[in-house]
Design a protein. Structure first.
Length: 367
């Protein structure tokens, strides 16, 4: 299979907001292993609890360290294990901080694999990952909260959810309980294909509690640098009150005009177009036109199959959830060119595994 050229860059920033006296958020935005893999994350320390900032930094450092040391594993396994290790380290560190009995954080992590054309996601809590492409904003994570669930199934509008007094009540977080390596259902894991001209947004609830989906679309659709877009999103949250810390990371993956089709197909099509001579013989002209039509039709169908994929290739989340359960720093990665060989992935290739179990016993509140 031919290689597809991607231009990609990433930028992240965290901001204290206008109300909080400190910033308990952090983020990840960096290459990992080589220039074909990028790890991004929005990590939010539990507000209102002592040690939220410590927990977020522990999660950040442990996740990066684990990814750097265990490349041989599959991307979903390595992400899951990294979050489990961070979770258990937070619990161990809690013993050193007796007052921090609820020290914890929430996180949405994405490992962008340009070699295989996929993004693997690990998620716990109510930070979010969005995919923006062709004017559409799609949320790739599920809020682990009753309000978030009700919004997802249409029982509550986005505006009502943003104003709901329990919007920050979550039912799971990193550091809540000890996790073994087979604790697969606690962490939301999914894998999505990378499609053409896509921006991935990683953000804490300090953004989404105050900035609507349409406002996000309006900013991501601008012909501006991703650094400017990150700053505009943060400014929008602060203009709306800045009640919480705000973290935004954007990974921008731009393809050339060939999109996700095979390079050889385009080269072959162009070669036919250049060499065809319609004035030689009407019959030969008709045959050439027919062949070109078939090639273009197949390429278009392949493109649609990629661009219209709306489900993860792999996920451990059952989409039919049970309703009863339930200061400023920045980092940038400059534009670089990547090569990868994606498989064309169709809906019937996705794998459904065990559903996520939602806990009732322990509820944490992010102020």
């Amino acid at each position: 299979m031919s290689k597809i050229r991607f231009d990609g860059c990433c930028y992240g920033e965290t901001n204290q907001g206008k109300v909080r006296t400190n910033n308990e958020d952090t983020y990840i935005c960096q290459f990992i292993w080589d220039d074909s893999h990028i790890v991004c994350a929005a990590i939010d320390g539990l507000g209102g609890y002592e040690g939220g900032e410590i927990a977020a930094e522990i999660a950040r450092s442990i996740i990066i360290k684990h990814l750097e040391e265990f490349r041989a594993k599959g991307i979903t396994e390595i992400l899951k294990d990294a979050v489990i290790e961070a979770n258990n380290e937070i619990i161990r560190q809690r013993k050193a901080y007796p007052k921090s009995t609820q020290m914890g954080c929430v996180a949405s992590i994405g490992l962008i694999d340009l070699e295989n054309g996929v993004i693997a996601i690990a998620h716990v809590g109510d930070s979010r990952i969005y995919r923006y492409t062709d004017g559409e904003l799609k949320k790739l994570t599920h809020d682990h909260s009753l309000v978030g669930y009700r919004e997802e199934i249409g029982e509550m509008s986005e505006g009502d959810a943003m104003r709901h007094p329990q919007r920050n009540v979550i039912d799971k977080f990193i550091g809540e309980q000890y996790l073994s390596l087979d604790s697969s259902n606690y962490i939301e894991i999914s894998v999505w294909p990378i499609i053409r001209d896509t921006q991935y947004l990683f953000c804490s609830d300090g953004l989404t509690d105050l900035v609507t989906s349409q406002q996000i679309i309006d900013i991501l659709s601008l012909n501006s640098s991703i650094e400017d877009k990150v700053k505009m999103l943060i400014a929008s949250a602060n203009d709306a009150g800045g009640r919480d810390n705000i973290t935004v990371v954007i990974a921008n993956l731009r393809t050339n005009a060939r999109g996700n089709a095979h390079v050889e197909d385009f080269e072959y099509s162009n070669k036919i177009t250049k060499n065809k001579k319609f004035n030689i013989c009407p019959i030969l002209s008709g045959i050439c036109g027919f062949i070109i039509g078939i090639v273009i039709s197949q390429m278009y169908n392949m493109y649609k199959a990629d661009c219209k994929l709306e489900h993860p290739i792999h996920s451990n989340i059952d989409m039919q959830l049970d309703n009863s359960e339930f200061g400023s720093h920045s980092t940038a990665i400059d534009d670089s060119t990547f090569l990868f060989t994606p498989e064309l992935i169709k809906n019937d290739h996705r794998i459904a595994v065990d559903s996520l179990s939602h806990k009732k016993e322990s509820v944490a509140t992010q102020e």
